[in-house]
Design a protein around this ligand. Structure first.
Ligand SMILES: *Cc1c(COP(=O)(O)O)cnc(C)c1O
Length: 362
């Protein structure tokens, strides 16, 4: 606290990101990073960009990157907005689209940055409960009454459960008068993308990141796709905030990444195979594992307390994510899919913990 702070800063409740500790030999399964190195083409492009030209400002319109993204999705560059990580893209979208007289709808269990942005921008947020199986139901969103916008992740975070394209289209058909933001941070791991609905639905904004499936969390690049009118709204906010959110290295690396679909296909199938194997192994150890379309699983043990399990894994230098709120996900752990050997080490560690004779019962 400081008396020099602006009034609004006292009321903020910042997002708390997963830990990034520097512990040697740590198996880090807590922030859904890709366990594999990025494409070599990306690394080469960044090295090539690391030269004399760094004295010059980067392209404020990110033209080449937006062209590469547009080509990848079969859209036009004016349907693409890019930012410093999808978190920044989301923040600008909240500012551009959701400051409305009516409340913003979001699932009660979802990406915990959404309520943080709502607070930052003075947006009233109303949460819509997931069903018993922690699934988002489109009808519940439609029944929630008039709204100033809808935001959710698909697949959802931290559950990993995806909505099908028909369900998203049903939502768009029933909700034509406010913007609908679908955050597709994890879509490459097995969910259907809503991008093809953009041409029929002017209220749809799809947000993507290069952090997860393209292994570039450290480069900080995300983007939004939508009809040019929506994109222009985000650009107005961005140009009132920071003209150069992406530096030259990020532009070069991200453009190369968008052009390397072979790398993406290979990495994605490796992670999906590990996820499906890990899900089966966890079930054998007494976990309930939600059906995941993401690069993580969300699981709870029949007997053992989630916080204690996370602590026991930590003692063995394995980091997973535990959320103490909201209450209904307190007994779950979110476990990012690591390399094949990291998954194996996790299963070994859990075998030891689960089979321990005494203590730890919840
Ligand atoms: C990881 C994540 C993001 C943020 O991605 P960045 O591009 O790294 O900022 C956004 N939404 C969801 C649901 C995520 O899990």
């Amino acid at each position: 606290m400081s008396r020099f702070w602006s009034e609004a800063v006292h009321g903020l409740t910042p997002y708390v990101p997963g830990e990034q500790p520097r512990i040697a030999g740590l198996i880090k399964l807590n922030t859904n990073e890709c366990p594999y190195a990025p494409s070599l083409r990306v690394l080469q492009a960044i090295r090539d960009a690391a030269g004399e030209e760094l004295r010059l400002y980067p392209d404020p319109e990110c033209t080449q990157l937006r062209q590469a993204i547009a080509a990848h999705h079969g859209l036009l560059p004016e349907q693409v907005f890019v930012g410093n990580g999808s978190d920044e893209v989301l923040a600008h979208a909240f500012m551009a689209l959701f400051r409305q007289p009516r409340p913003l709808l979001m699932p009660d269990v979802g990406y915990s940055f959404y309520p943080v942005y709502a607070r930052l921008y003075g947006i009233e947020a109303r949460s819509v409960a997931l069903d018993e199986q922690l699934r988002l139901r489109v009808q519940d969103l439609l029944d929630a009454g008039p709204n100033g916008g809808i935001v959710f992740a698909n697949p959802n975070a931290p559950t990993g459960i995806a909505l099908g394209l028909e369900q998203i289209e049903q939502l768009l058909q029933g909700n034509r008068d406010s913007a609908v933001l679908v955050d597709e941070a994890y879509v490459d791991f097995g969910a259907q993308s809503a991008v093809e609905l953009i041409e029929r639905h002017p209220q749809l904004l799809v947000v993507r990141t290069l952090s997860k499936a393209r292994a570039l969390a450290g480069l900080r690049v995300g983007y939004a796709l939508g009809q040019p009118e929506l994109i222009e709204g985000l650009t107005r906010v961005k140009d009132s905030f920071n003209s150069y959110p992406l530096d030259r290295l990020a532009l070069a690396g991200a453009t190369a990444a968008m052009l390397d679909d072979t790398w993406l296909a290979h990495t994605r199938s490796r992670i999906i195979a590990s996820r499906d194997l890990l899900s089966d192994q966890l079930r054998e150890l007494g976990f309930e594992v939600l059906p995941s379309s993401a690069n993580f699983v969300f699981a709870r043990h029949a007997r053992l307390d989630a916080a204690e399990l996370a602590a026991a894994l930590r003692e063995q230098r394995i980091l997973v994510r535990h959320f103490s709120r909201p209450e209904r996900i307190r007994q779950f752990l979110r476990i990012s899919i690591g390399t094949e050997s990291q998954c194996e080490a996790l299963v070994q560690a859990l075998r030891g913990i689960v089979q321990e004779p005494a203590g730890g019962d919840r």
